[in-house]
Design a protein around this ligand. Structure first.
Ligand code: SF4
Length: 768
């Protein structure tokens, strides 16, 4: 039997002509190819707009083409000439639209008018902004406690929108701030705060030009942070070692053809990125790092016993760290047998990687969801930091810890106050500024918000961007939670599934996109600001004509809801909405590091927020860089799966034609998938255990024993190079299998990378 029609050739390398062809296709599909192409020349430029894609940094002296294929998709997606307005909803009921796929909904175009759900017609009808603000404000005021409302933030919100949102919500009286970082880098923030005293990365883009070794852990930059491949390629070309830990062989980490390199483009050439590529077991990164540390300590003993210099940075360890002895004891107490079994890597492989680390004077570790979406993610990231302390690889040029953020301003949103556990100092500053008391009780993160929405404690959901119902786990339970609300409000640019789960009263409020000009009443174009993974804060000013004259900016919408809910006596929302400099002045007065905000953000490329680690100042409990001595988990889900016939550990990930829950297309050319999203990648040697062949349809059964049945129906099997016992597939389709009941220790992040599942032949022949 031939190869199933949807399985095709994988690209030879990431980037290259394939990327340009894909950009061309997306621009043409947007219906505005010319304006889209022109807009790209302003992407990530000092006088342009910040790409609404990921949070990779912009080089000090960038080129005129500072964008990648996924940046083009994000901009073309926003600049589409397709529209979703009252007439669209006159033709479709919400129940009908709920049966559409994410891709089909995204293809409908930009929202054009404020919309109110009309239950009698089961569809959305046009509303006015004033009606919307008044009714939303009325319902919020009518709740018997502000803690009955959940205020969600997606990482696309600008600093100005996020700051105004937190100001409104805290004046309203709650800290219920579920936000998308709860589902992505929450573990990074918690671990880094404890280890180095700041919940952010410590590297700059320039550090990538100086590093001798870069460890890329649980990350797929080729799809999720494509311009990072440029930095890795330059490092590889100058001889730096790029060592990869990833259960999946990702094309972008194997070879990259830089579209800006004429020779590679003319010759069809490409550059090898990874010098070492290890397919670690799912959730096995902590064991792998622990193994490398064990090898470093052994190498140090050998060196000292042979009278050679120590391989450890004793100056740094003595002067700047605490807990080394406890860490060393924990490492030595960890057996090679457990390390090899849990990591899936051999002792000699880990000793080889340790040697690369020892031979490198300047090392960087980068990571993403492959590290942060497990039960033991906080411990894993503490382990990465502890390993890096051994040779003083933090707080000096060419070194550091780099959690690479997925959404363009997810880090900025946390910096300006989107935090259900706000620091007391921040609340003190707000109280001093506003002269009114701020809520001190900690609020809800994503999991707590969902719990409250399910058990009826919460009665209102406000979404500042995002696609809450698709980004969160346990999709069937989320749908119930949303429909139980008295009020649901979604501020968005395009139609998505969350809008189709209306509460009793439901509004969809269309906002300007990042690429669109945001003029105030005087016609003055306003800028917003964002913060990338390197703590660089820079300005962004739209250049495209808004998709509809009815659109309002995120700031304008928040100001309207705030004025209708808490009044404008304490905060003059309308004037702040007319001049964002006022919001930035408020930020400068209430958050350290933003002094002279309005002047500094207008400098080309903006400014880097103060990071104490740059100065080797550690705002930790010990005022020192702090080792951890956590034990490895007794058993990961992957080990469990390897120990039971028919049990597998599933990781969810993105295709190359998707950005978070936004599905731009149905292809995943780096993995050789075309026109299909309901696929499950399986190691060829596991097919027999599943009882399926390539292309067969299977149902995937959730195996977390918490009383909820979870089934993902009719997925097609794809034989793929993965560790035995592990399988993989796309979210949001597979989020139906991710249980709310399992979450990261301390982080409460859903464990989307380690979900226990089994298989059965599909009961339904065609796609569910
Ligand atoms: S790397 Fe990220 S920020 Fe840069 S252009 Fe691509 S998607 Fe946008």
């Amino acid at each position: 039997m031939g190869k199933p029609e949807f399985i095709g050739k994988k690209s030879k390398a990431a980037g290259g002509w394939g990327a340009l062809r894909s950009c061309g296709k997306k621009l043409l599909a947007s219906g505005a190819p010319l304006s889209g192409a022109v807009a790209m020349l302003k992407a990530n430029q000092p006088d342009g707009f910040d790409c609404p894609g990921c949070a990779w940094g912009d080089p000090e002296h960038g080129s005129s083409f500072e964008f990648c294929e996924n940046g083009v998709k994000a901009v073309a997606w926003e600049a589409t000439d397709k529209r979703v307005g009252p007439d669209f909803f006159a033709r479709h009921t919400v129940s009908q639209l709920r049966t559409w796929t994410d891709y089909e909904l995204e293809q409908q175009g930009r929202l054009t008018h404020p919309l109110r759900y009309d239950a009698s017609k089961d569809t959305y009808v046009k509303a006015t902004w004033d009606e919307a603000f008044a009714e939303i404000g009325g319902i919020l005021k009518g709740l018997d406690s502000p803690d009955r409302a959940e205020f969600y933030t997606s990482g696309r919100a600008s600093n100005e929108a996020a700051y105004l949102y937190q100001l409104f919500v805290r004046l309203y009286g709650t800290n219920n701030f579920p936000d998308c970082s709860n589902m992505c880098h929450e573990a990074s923030g918690i671990a880094l705060e404890a280890a180095v005293g700041i919940g952010k990365g410590t590297v700059t883009l320039e550090d990538f030009e100086k590093a001798d070794a870069i460890f890329v852990i649980g990350q797929n930059p080729g799809t999720n942070h494509p311009r990072m491949l440029g930095d890795l390629r330059r490092a590889a070309l100058r001889g730096a070692r790029v060592a990869v830990f990833n259960p999946v062989r990702e094309k972008g980490l194997e070879r990259f053809a830089d579209p800006q390199d004429k020779l590679e483009m003319l010759t069809g050439g490409s550059t090898a990125i990874a010098s070492e590529y290890y397919q670690v077991n799912v959730g096995g990164d902590m064991a792998a790092i622990r193994g490398m540390a064990k090898a470093v300590f052994a190498a140090d003993d050998a060196a000292l016993s042979e009278g050679r210099p120590s391989v450890l940075d004793h100056g740094f360890l003595r002067q700047h760290t605490s807990g080394l002895a406890e860490y060393r004891a924990a490492v030595e107490a960890t057996s090679w047998e457990l390390i090899e079994h849990q990591s899936g890597l051999s002792r000699s492989q880990l000793e080889h990687l340790a040697q690369i680390y020892i031979e490198s004077d300047r090392t960087i570790c980068t990571w993403a969801m492959g590290v942060t979406q497990h039960r033991h993610s906080v411990a894993t990231i503490r382990e990465i930091a502890s390993f890096m302390f051994l040779r003083g690889n933090v707080g000096r040029p060419g070194t550091g810890l780099c959690p690479v953020r997925g959404h363009s301003n997810v880090q900025g949103d946390r910096t300006v106050g989107i935090n259900e556990k706000p620091p007391a100092a921040f609340l003190d500053a707000l109280e001093k500024e506003l002269g009114v008391a701020m809520p001190r009780r900690h609020g809800h993160n994503v999991l707590a918000a969902i719990g409250a929405m399910l058990d009826g404690t919460a009665q209102a959901f406000i979404g500042l961007g995002g696609n809450f119902a698709r980004a969160t786990p346990d999709s069937a339970l989320i749908a119930k939670a949303m429909r139980r609300q008295k009020l649901t409000v979604n501020i968005a640019t395009k139609l998505n599934h969350s809008h189709l789960l209306p509460g009793e009263v439901s509004y969809v409020l269309p906002c300007l996109g990042r690429t669109e000009i945001d003029r105030n009443a005087k016609g003055v174009a306003q800028i917003v600001t964002v913060e990338d993974s390197m703590s660089m804060v820079h300005g962004s000013g739209g250049i495209n004509k808004p998709a509809s004259p009815e659109l309002r900016s995120e700031v304008g919408i928040i100001a309207g809801i705030a004025a209708a809910t808490v009044g404008s006596e304490v905060v003059d929302w309308p004037s702040l909405a007319q001049n964002y400099d006022g919001i930035r002045d408020l930020i400068a007065r209430t958050i350290p590091g933003f002094h002279g905000y309005n002047e500094r953000v207008r400098r080309p490329r903006g400014f880097r927020l103060y990071n104490a680690v740059d100065h080797r100042v550690w705002n930790t409990a010990t005022q020192r860089a702090t080792f951890s001595s956590d034990a490895l988990p007794r058993a990961t889900e992957h080990q469990q799966a390897l120990g039971e016939q028919g049990l597998f550990v599933l990781q969810t990930f993105r295709s190359h034609d998707q950005y978070n829950t936004t599905v731009y297309g149905l292809d995943d050319r780096y993995r050789g998938i075309y026109g299909e999203r309901r696929v499950v990648f399986v190691n060829p040697d596991d097919l027999a255990e599943i009882g399926a062949s390539a292309g067969d349809r299977v149902d995937i059964i959730g195996r977390h024993d918490d009383g909820h049945e979870r089934i993902a129906e009719s997925f097609r099997v794809v034989p793929y190079d993965l560790p035995r016992g592990s399988v993989a597939g796309y979210y949001p389709e597979l989020n139906v299998l991710v249980p709310l009941s399992t979450a990261g220790e301390l982080s409460d992040t859903p464990t989307s990378k380690s979900v226990l599942v089994s298989f059965r032949p599909a009961l339904q022949r065609d796609a569910a």
